[in-house]
Ligand binder design. Structure first.
Ligand code: ZN
Length: 146
């Protein structure tokens, strides 16, 4: 379903291609759970999960539930539609969010339900689940401390 709402990206942009390492993240998202991949050997989070831990070089990971909150590390406000289909969606905010409960983990996500002019580095955000398609749910974030 096309939302066509300012700040919410169109559904056709949600074209996921998960692989063996990322399927658990997207399966948890469908259940509205934000999870992170943690090394079973040394506890280092690695998102997106890569085949080897950057600290201890082990491969095994475990997926742990995260609280679904975080902090804006950086962001950009997109005001110009780079393709005509985005003209009714600007302005929108894309942020890099430091995720609580998973040190070193940063997710790139849209900031929704929030005034783009209020988004700042350091603001707290909370996850908002966007059930885009029957099989695709994407984590977005909204300002949580306003
Ligand atoms: Zn490790």
């Amino acid at each position: 379903m096309e939302t066509n709402a300012t700040g919410v990206l169109p559904d056709w942009m949600a074209d996921l291609h998960p692989d063996a390492w990322t399927v658990p993240f997207w399966e948890a998202a469908k259940e509205h759970r934000l999870v992170g991949a943690r090394c079973v050997q040394c506890g280092t989070f690695r998102m997106p999960p890569r085949p080897f831990c950057r600290v201890c070089r082990r491969q095994e990971i475990e997926w742990v539930d995260l609280p679904g909150t975080g902090t804006v590390f950086t962001y950009t406000v997109v005001r110009h539609a780079v393709v005509p289909e985005l003209a009714t969606h600007v302005p929108y905010v894309i942020a890099v969010v430091e995720v609580d409960g998973a040190p070193g983990t940063r997710l790139v996500a849209a900031v929704v339900e929030s005034d783009p002019e209020e988004v700042r580095i350091g603001r707290k955000v909370a996850v908002r689940w966007d059930d885009v398609h029957e099989n695709v749910t994407i984590p977005r974030f909204a300002l949580a401390d306003s």
